[in-house]
Design a protein around this ligand. Structure first.
Ligand code: SAH
Ligand code: SF4
Length: 360
């Protein structure tokens, strides 16, 4: 008994759970199980998520609740290891996690508001041939608290550094990692972001981007309904897509599209198809026609992303004219297409340029 008690003390002192791993329902349950007033949950969520403040919570809580939280939970956020601000106001954070791993998060500006691009893994197992992150391989999954923590830490940075622009309106899971390959943690982080008691971000403001990992897609349909999906398409041709996204061999595009087509979308929900344009590889008018044929008639948007080069890659970015021509061809199929202008290029913060192994 004594040993058990000692172990418990050791465990709670050194292996504290993170508060940021608790959904609102989890928090209610924890308080209830420990005979604490569940009314505290509202105040805690208000302090840490609505107001995005740091520990300790200065809202009304019973002394027992305060003691309980102090002993059991850590309120640490990922530490800012480096911040790089780009000329176009993009901000790239390099966060250091408890085990020393580093991940990147990017704030992308639009009209004094921001979208935040979150990482879901340290590295990525998918090894796409055009992706700087992919070259690292998968180091580990992020915990929910490490995903949610990126958002809160970035918000607090804005509050300190750009006090008139503290608004993060959209969340995209397009940083390091394949979010559907770390499904449980990503799902929980969405639940926390969606909670009306906390950040209260609408499901349409959250987008999960995937390379087409079918086991995760199946769960997305049932378990995070309403949250938007972006599919990294990049080519309609099997051989080319196999080269770009090796998991296409296991989960071929036809199966991915058939599956996505079978999902009933809610009102205003749509699928975004991302198409990475690489010079002389997948940027021809013929490629555009095939893409148009594949997507015509669907509730779809296309984001055209000119390839962002990084040190050591042999792929190149097409000319702006080539990108425009590709877009024009798609419009013939009545598919709305947007060219995603590259933000944060000067600080290697654009999509696919995130490789934390290089930034130590
Ligand atoms: N793993 C997910 C989400 C992270 S990658 C996915 O693959 O969808 C986010 C987006 O950045 C994807 O569309 C990906 O294809 C794109 N991307 C990766 N490397 C890139 C690069 N070098 N240039 C431009 N876009 C890139
Ligand atoms: Fe992973 Fe996405 Fe990069 Fe592919 S593009 S290696 S899935 S992060």
């Amino acid at each position: 008994m004594k040993i058990a008690k000692r172990f418990e003390l050791f465990y709670f002192r050194y292996m504290k759970l993170s508060f940021y791993d608790l959904t609102f329902t989890d928090l209610l349950e924890v308080l209830h199980k420990n005979q604490l007033n569940s009314f505290g949950a509202q105040n805690l969520y208000n302090w840490f998520y609505k107001q995005k403040k740091s520990y300790p919570c200065k809202m009304e809580l019973s002394q027992e609740t305060k003691n309980f939280l102090e002993n059991r939970y850590s309120f640490d956020l990922p530490k800012i290891h480096k911040v790089i601000e780009s000329e176009d106001k993009t901000v790239k954070f390099l966060f250091e996690l408890n085990d020393g791993s580093k991940v990147e998060t990017v704030l992308i500006p639009f009209h004094q508001k921001y979208s935040i691009c979150l990482s879901s893994q340290v590295g990525c197992a998918m090894k796409c041939s055009f992706c700087f992150t992919g070259t690292q391989g998968l180091k580990r999954n992020l915990a929910t608290s490490e995903i949610v923590g990126q958002f809160i830490a970035a918000w607090q940075w804005l509050e300190r550094n750009r006090p008139n622009e503290v608004r993060i309106l959209n969340i995209v899971y397009m940083g390091q990692g394949e979010p559907l390959h770390n499904f449980d943690a990503v799902k929980k982080s969405c639940e926390i972001f969606l909670s009306k008691n906390g950040t209260s971000i609408g499901p349409k403001k959250i987008t999960i981007s995937t390379s087409g990992y079918i086991p995760g897609l199946k769960r997305w349909k049932d378990e995070i309904p309403g949250v938007n999906l972006a599919l990294s398409l990049h080519s309609t041709e099997t051989q080319k897509r196999n080269e770009l996204i090796p998991i296409n061999k296991k989960y071929p595009l036809e199966d991915v599209i058939t599956y996505i087509d079978s999902i009933p979308l809610s009102k205003k929900q749509f699928i975004t198809y991302e198409y990475l344009l690489i010079k002389d590889f997948n940027d021809s008018i013929e490629d555009a026609k095939k893409t148009g044929e594949l997507l015509k008639g669907k509730e779809a948007y296309i984001n055209l992303i000119p390839f962002n080069p990084y040190p050591g890659t042999s792929y190149e970015r097409p000319t702006d004219q080539k990108v425009e021509d590709f877009k024009k061809e798609l419009q013939k199929f009545k598919i709305p297409a947007l060219i995603r202008t590259t933000k944060g290029d000067d600080v290697l913060a654009a999509c696919g340029q995130l490789n934390t192994a290089q930034n130590d």
